[in-house]
Design a protein around this ligand. Structure first.
Ligand SMILES: [Zn+2]
Length: 715
């Protein structure tokens, strides 16, 4: 998963370069990279100890003032050139970095102060952002520039960027009458607040969730879990709830835990009205802009092209996947019938995890504990880096890092990077041939209070290759995860690392003319492609043998592969179900308008004849991807990118998984390109053709009845 600011695309377009002719606030901005403004500073690794909520208010004010002054300069352009219009928009990242660094700190060091400061920052930037896209003077200048004779002779990436900016103005409502534009601004502002509210409710809800186990005498299957004692009561935390659902023998207990998990995002931190409002506002926004639905609005900037194509693709894949999944569910039901001595037993949602694990012990036994013993983090990570080094001609090295308390005056040695919490590690990525420092990343693995659970990669600042005007600025990013840096890694944890390193490589190896053409501005339904592709390496016996210490024995690798295939029959369909649910909500909103989200869930299940297991134990009201960041209407990205990744992975298999020639081609055609070309074109440049589902179906052991046409569209 990758988490980026709500404003990523917008803010990178914001002008922040100081002009010699503009007044006082810009002079402030000229010094913005000095010691005093850590949120704006690009001179080296970020200085986290100086980043406080108070400092954020000062720095964001400077960034905003500079942006407004720059707008005034563009407004005065009488003879547009690329450099004084689009070129000017494309080149600064100060404001983006401010938002990204804030976003990282508020999700890893949550506190009421950070929440307030983040909310203020986002509200201010939304106001400014909206004003920018609705600025008629700038719009006229941009149109005039785009229609110029010189524009026709620009290199393709610049023409593509111009086209993207023009489209973005239209999608922000520049052609609409003033009253409707004003309404759009109000909607955007409210949606920003609601996303924050949704996220805050969920964080509080997850933190406070607990389950009283005291009435349950039978703890068979979960004897090894240590539960907290509150007086006479024995309480389970949320992370333990997932273990209970998979291992507890007592069905009544599993059912009770599953039911209790339905209160997440509900009681007492209720997201119901937040969700209803978000969906209503998104729909209104789409209709004002002339789109039938919110899904259509977001699809206009996607590889898939339309939400109809997305739904067609998901349904066509479900057509192939469903028979295998139904058989798998029937096998689980039979296992339950046998276990409970009840031939008519019905498989319940709280049974799926439990019986999948039981059945796997018979059909595809695998000792996960023994497997992990071969994967100690301290050996594995450098070996994964060695694989990337071989593939892409880079080196990844851990460098000294130290934590200093925010607001303190740290005595940090030269050459040591500051980190935002104890235990965060710091790595540098360099090009092996030239030695160039391409970027750096952090790994924040240890759980602690105030840190959001889950794993994601977050951009911290966007770099830029060297140019005659400026030296190279390295990229910075962070992997935030709940995988402790000490100990060993499970097969899932290994895949998670490969996935997140995919995001890191996608950023670090980017070589584009300006930050606005970076990978983070890619079509949303292509962003997970490199990560899912790298994740596939983590399941290859050859790679696992290479990164393990001592090397995993061949028999254990064979068992792992068989076990992975066994679980695929249950898991492969999940992203397709979730994609369909998201498309239902955002394509056919009118059917669900004003209804409680729990009722909506039930209606979607019935309407699409989905198995009850299409929803895991956590309901829609906890879905951050759909309600708090930008995968709304494009949740199909995961399923779609898995198909692209399996297809593209066939090229890695052809000549050897770590073949430098294939790696170099992938780096050149995909990783280095950012968003300087449409995603469909990037894909074709690597594959020499459009995507096909055959490789994915083959990997799942499914024989397609007939050829499925690809739904990929070139915009
Ligand atoms: Zn990802």
């Amino acid at each position: 998963m990758i988490l980026r600011s709500l404003f990523s695309v917008v803010l990178v377009l914001l002008p922040l370069h100081a002009e010699p002719t503009v007044p006082a606030p810009v002079r402030q901005a000229e010094t913005a990279t000095s010691e005093d403004h850590p949120f704006l500073d690009n001179s080296g690794p970020p200085r986290w100890s100086k980043m406080t909520p108070e400092q954020l208010r000062i720095d964001s004010e400077i960034a905003l003032q500079a942006a407004m002054d720059k707008l005034r300069v563009i407004e005065q352009v009488t003879e547009p050139t690329y450099d004084n219009t689009f070129g000017k928009l494309a080149n600064d990242m100060t404001m983006v970095n401010t938002v990204m660094r804030t976003s990282l700190l508020s999700s890893t060091c949550d506190s009421p102060e950070w929440r307030t400061a983040t909310q203020e920052l986002l509200a201010r930037f939304t106001t400014f952002d909206t004003a920018f896209w609705q600025n008629e003077t700038i719009w006229k200048i941009m149109q005039q520039a785009a229609a110029s004779e010189w524009a026709k002779t620009l290199p393709p990436h610049r023409r593509y960027f111009m086209q993207e900016v023009i489209q973005r103005f239209r999608m922000e409502g520049i052609d609409l009458p003033p009253a409707r534009r004003a309404r759009l601004s109000a909607i955007k502002q409210e949606l920003t607040d609601l996303a924050q509210q949704f996220s805050a409710n969920l964080i509080d809800s997850r933190r406070e969730w607990q389950f009283d186990l005291t009435p349950y005498a039978d703890l068979g299957g979960i004897e090894t879990l240590h539960f907290e004692q509150e007086g006479n009561r024995r309480m389970a935390r949320l992370d333990q709830a997932f273990v209970i659902l998979s291992f507890a023998d007592d069905e009544k207990l599993r059912e009770a835990v599953w039911t209790a998990m339905k209160t997440l995002g509900k009681t007492p931190h209720d997201n119901s009205s937040v969700i209803q409002r978000i969906l209503a506002l998104r729909h209104e926004q789409a209709r004002i802009l002339g789109y039938a639905s919110y899904a259509d609005l977001v699809a206009a900037r996607c590889m898939m092209g339309t939400s109809e194509a997305a739904e067609r693709h998901i349904r066509s894949m479900l057509h192939h996947l469903t028979p295998q999944h139904e058989t798998a569910l029937e096998n689980l039901r039979k296992a339950k019938a046998e276990h409970t001595h009840n031939a008519a037993a019905i498989l319940q949602p709280w049974d799926t995890g439990y019986y999948t694990i039981r059945l796997s012990r018979d059909e595809a036994p695998f000792n996960g504990y023994e497997f992990s013993r071969h994967l100690p983090t301290r050996y594995v990570l450098p070996r994964i880096f060695a694989i990337f080094s071989e593939l892409y001609g880079i080196s990844i090295t851990e460098c000294p890092a130290a934590f200093a308390k925010p607001g303190s005056k740290p005595a940090i040695l030269p050459g040591t990077a500051e980190v935002w919490a104890p235990g965060v590690r710091y790595y540098e990525v360099r090009d092996k041939t030239t030695g160039t420092h391409l970027g750096s990343f952090y790994i924040d693995g240890d759980p602690r209070p105030g840190k959001k659970p889950g794993t994601w990669t977050q951009t911290i600042s966007i770099g830029k290759p060297a140019s005659p005007q400026s030296p190279l600025i390295p990229h910075y990013a962070a992997i935030t995860t709940s995988l402790p840096s000490a100990g060993t890694l499970s097969s899932t944890a290994i895949a998670t690392y490969f996935h997140e390193f995919g995001h890191i490589l996608h950023q670090m190896l980017e070589e584009v003319e300006c930050p606005s053409l970076g990978n983070y501005a890619l079509e949303p339904d292509f962003r997970e492609f490199p990560s899912i592709l790298h994740e596939k390496l983590a399941r290859e016996p050859e790679i696992l043998a290479r990164i393990s210490q001592p090397a995993i024995p061949a028999a254990l690798l064979t068992a792992f592969t068989a076990n992975h295939r066994f679980f695929q029959a249950y898991d492969a369909i999940v992203p397709y179900h979730q994609a369909l649910i998201d498309l239902e909500l955002h394509r056919h909103y009118e059917q669900y308008a004003g209804k409680d989200i729990d009722t909506v869930e039930q209606e979607i299940i019935r309407k699409n004849s989905l198995p009850a297991t299409a929803f895991n134990s956590c309901p829609l009201r906890t879905n951050l991807h759909i309600f708090a960041n930008f995968y709304a209407g494009v949740y199909y990205t995961y399923a779609w990118n898995d198909m692209l990744a399996e297809d593209a992975f066939s090229r890695f298999r052809e000549k050897g998984l770590t073949n430098p020639e294939t790696g170099d081609e992938f780096r050149r055609t995909i990783l280095s390109q950012g968003s300087s070309k449409p995603a469909a074109e990037l894909y074709r440049n690597f594959m020499g053709r459009d995507p096909k589902p055959d490789a994915l179906l083959h990997s799942l052991g499914i024989k397609p009845q007939k050829e499925i046409p690809s739904d990929a569209k070139t915009r």
